[in-house]
Design a protein. Structure first.
Length: 332
């Protein structure tokens, strides 16, 4: 990944409609994202019938239904996946999807996915991690709700199953929708990278776009952000998602920050070189100086422009003899 890899997280914001999902692919591509990511699951293999929804899901959907009922409405079969993959190819954007069960892992692998995204909720799922690790694909691992020890265990499982550390990017994340600013803890992203020597990134669930932009300034190589076509739609994740114009603004800002980070080599840039002569100074005659006169702090000064002798040679010049006559303000 030569530049920041930006994932527009469609998730389940398609509300179970392939047509809506295709529009999300179009919006993500138009916004400039590198990939658009969905979620692949079979509800019966993901949750038990009586599993309760998270508090934020209850707030944003019918509170009376269980997770299973909600998720059944949001499933996509293999035909829908193939349709979305085709749409992504047409729009020039990578298709990604997070699998939540073994059957979904195999289906996505058979569909040719190059990158497998592991969601935060599966970081303690040993059989799941081992399955994905055995594919030896590039892996993006989210770490919401996890501590350092749990991240270490997950990485060990992925590696022992066959996925090399250099093919794993670890995303710092907070699994609350939306995430309060005081809980973001963006410095933990760098802690993860330093601890495990891996490529780092950030999966953002805050409102707004400033935190993922800050993450890029801190070295994130992957950014994931939920988006929706309309935040007012009913569904578990719409409220904490960006709308298309906000997604585009975030991506433009990230690309600008990427440019601004530069090479790290401190030297005059092409744009500022023309200003060197105008902004810097030279050693000049403070008054008329006759040939043979000794240069001193009384007859020399430092003034713009910087087209003459560099003032860093001041000590070298003081006490030497003028080899010609100098007019006031003439550069040496």
């Amino acid at each position: 990944m030569d530049r920041v890899f930006i994932i527009a997280e469609a998730g389940v914001n398609h509300n179970g409609s392939v047509e809506l999902a295709e529009k999300m692919v179009d919006a993500a591509a138009e916004a400039g994202a590198d990939a658009v990511k969905f979620q692949t699951f079979r509800a019966e293999k993901l949750v038990t019938p009586k599993a309760q929804k998270a508090a934020y899901q209850q707030k944003n959907t019918e509170t009376s239904e269980f997770q299973l009922t909600m998720l059944k409405k949001l499933e996509f079969d293999e035909i829908a996946h193939r349709q979305l993959i085709g749409r992504c190819r047409k729009k020039g954007i990578m298709f990604l999807s997070t699998p939540f069960d073994h059957e979904s892992i195999d289906m996505l692998n058979n569909l040719g996915l190059e990158i497998f995204k592991i969601p935060s909720g599966e970081i303690t799922n040993l059989p799941y991690l081992r399955h994905i690790g055995s594919l030896k694909k590039r892996v993006i691992l989210s770490t919401g709700m996890a501590d350092i020890g749990e991240i270490e265990d997950a990485l060990d499982i992925l590696e022992s199953a066959g996925t090399s550390r250099e093919n794993i990017t670890v995303l710092h994340a907070n699994t609350m929708y939306p995430t309060p600013m005081e809980d973001v803890n963006l410095k933990a992203m760098q802690t993860i990278a330093c601890t495990f020597g891996c490529e780092m990134g950030y999966s953002d669930h805050t409102l707004g776009i400033e935190v993922p932009i800050a993450a890029v300034a801190m070295g994130a190589k992957v950014i994931e952000k939920h988006f929706t076509l309309d935040r007012s739609m009913e569904g578990p994740d719409h409220r904490a998602s960006l709308e298309p114009q906000e997604l585009e603004a975030m991506i433009k800002a990230i690309r600008n920050i990427e440019k601004a980070l530069g090479s790290g080599i401190k030297k005059p840039s092409p744009s500022e070189r023309p200003n060197i002569e105008a902004a810097r100074k030279s050693i000049v005659a403070a008054r008329p100086i006759d040939k043979g006169e000794r240069f001193s702090e009384e007859n020399l000064a430092v003034k713009r422009p910087g087209s003459g002798m560099n003032p860093m040679r001041w000590d070298e010049i003081i006490g030497t003899i003028a080899q010609k006559d100098y007019r006031t303000d003439e550069t040496l």
